[in-house]
Design a protein around this ligand. Structure first.
Ligand code: PLP
Length: 458
């Protein structure tokens, strides 16, 4: 690895985590190739981004065509058709309640736009005392200072102290490990009640929003909220006039088998939904905030929403987003996510029969996480000196897999890796993925053996 001027992004990563990363030179469908010609399957779509797969020539052509016709027009001084078309298309796919779509250059920026919109709305409507935000612990909502401040990760506390205003936290409804005396169902409902308790503790008149991921990403390892929990938090937010914001940056845009993950819960719609990742599918940085017409029009009649970024709704990004959504339609990718997700889940369950390091498999559609444990009877995690997320990633590379895994909250909640291949994955490619994962887990368990206490005879 070079450390010369102009060295790659990973020179910024902690030295202890640096292992040789492949130099990827080509990608097509679910496959990637490095400079030595080694082929890999993209198990996690990068960080759950490449929903339509790599190397799509139709999308590339649409990008080039837009760049050649009209590269840039700024939204404060001009309108353009790709912006009009993309927002109409997203709004139609999202359905009633989301008639307005503000575009952004990625997830964190979109989340900031959602928060700024709500804050500006309450200030403009005479409720300036509403400023507190409630989130889950753990959770992840972005990498800018404000979105890190609402991210539920206690290891960020020293960084945030005196620097940014942190959100108020309530427990995430983990289902794999639940406190003594609880069933998974009773625990998640207790977690939902914690929202009301927190609102009352803070004073409901001070609370602006509850921000939550319908299906988690790296922070919880694809914990699914479940319908009874979602219905209850919707009820609580309505009762106390707190805005409910779904962070669907990772789980939205078809990943879970519905265009919005929250479409699975018709009675638990959010006030705002934030999308990114799969919306641009890696071809362009794109995020979106879905909002109701009534709120947007009301604010427009008062002060207008006053914040924008230079690259919001730029023509090349909008044309790319449209071409990506064409691919969703062409491949019926939302339904493919549901169908392929069920089949892949069954194959992963078979792997769990064979590999004692698999403690839990969870998720929805083609967004799943595999939790790695040292002992699956006691559900004990691996000790600090053996970070399983790094070892599984490195074993994966040896067996032709690029796996996204990262220890979050210093491993306090467990360790998992994400199984979320492009939604275009075929049945044969699923078989190949599972075969390579089998070999990867065998290699991982050989390394992990000294740390594993296998009390389960399998
Ligand atoms: C749930 C969630 N929210 C927000 C973000 C931030 O998005 P971005 O990295 O595009 O800024 C991410 C990124 O991983 C995410 O998974």
């Amino acid at each position: 690895m070079t450390s010369s001027p102009g060295a790659p992004q990973d020179v910024f990563y902690a030295r202890t985590n640096i292992v040789p990363l492949p130099l990827i030179v080509r990608a097509e469908g679910v496959r990637m190739w490095d400079d030595a010609g080694t082929e890999y399957l993209d198990v996690s779509s990068g960080p759950v981004v490449s929903n339509i797969g790599h190397g799509n020539a139709r999308v590339a052509d649409a990008m080039a065509a837009q760049a050649k016709t009209m590269d840039f027009a700024y939204s404060r001084v001009a309108r353009h058709q790709p912006n009009i078309d993309l927002t109409a298309r997203i709004s139609a796919m999202a359905g009633p309640g989301y008639e307005r779509v503000a575009l952004a250059s990625g997830g964190s920026e979109a989340m900031e736009i959602a928060l700024k919109f709500l804050r500006q709305y309450v200030v403009a409507t005479g409720q300036p005392q509403r400023h507190r935000i409630i989130t889950l612990s753990p959770s992840y909502h972005g990498g800018t200072i404000a979105t890190l401040a609402i991210t539920g990760d206690a290891s960020l506390d020293p960084f945030l102290e005196g620097f940014a205003v942190k959100s108020e936290r309530i427990p995430a409804p983990f289902q794999y490990r639940v406190p003594t005396g609880h069933t998974p169902q009773s625990y998640r409902m207790a977690c939902a009640e914690a929202l009301e308790a927190k609102i009352l503790e803070l004073g409901s008149e001070t609370v602006l929003a509850f921000v939550v991921e319908p299906v988690g990403g790296l922070a919880t390892g694809a914990v699914v909220l479940e319908e009874d929990y979602a219905n209850r938090i919707r009820e609580i937010c309505t009762q106390h006039q707190v805005y409910l914001v779904y962070d669907e940056i990772l789980c939205g845009t078809g990943r879970t088998g519905c265009f919005l993950a929250s479409h699975a819960w018709p009675d638990a719609r959010a006030d705002l939904v934030v999308l990114a990742k799969g919306l641009g599918s890696g071809y362009t940085p794109l995020g979106a905030v879905l909002m109701p017409k009534a709120m947007v029009d009301d604010l427009s009649n008062r002060t207008g929403f006053n914040f924008s970024h230079t690259y919001n709704a730029n023509p090349i990004t909008c044309a790319t987003g449209l071409a990506v959504l064409d691919e969703y339609e062409r491949g019926d990718l939302v339904n493919a996510a549901a169908m392929r997700g069920r089949a892949l889940r069954a194959r992963l369950d078979d792997l769990a029969e064979k590999h004692p390091s698999i403690g839990d498999i969870r998720g929805k559609g083609l967004l799943m996480a595999v939790e790695l444990v040292a002992d699956r009877v006691s559900k004990t995690s691996f000790p600090a000196e053996f970070p399983p997320t790094e070892h599984i990633r490195i074993c994966g590379l040896k067996h032709g897999l690029i796996i996204y895994s990262r220890r979050t909250a210093n491993g306090a909640n467990g360790d998992w890796f994400i199984v979320a291949p492009p939604l275009t994955i075929t049945e044969d490619e699923c078989d190949e993925l599972v075969e390579r994962l089998d070999a990867t887990l065998t290699g991982f368990e050989a390394l992990a053996a000294p740390y594993m206490t296998v009390s389960d005879p399998l």
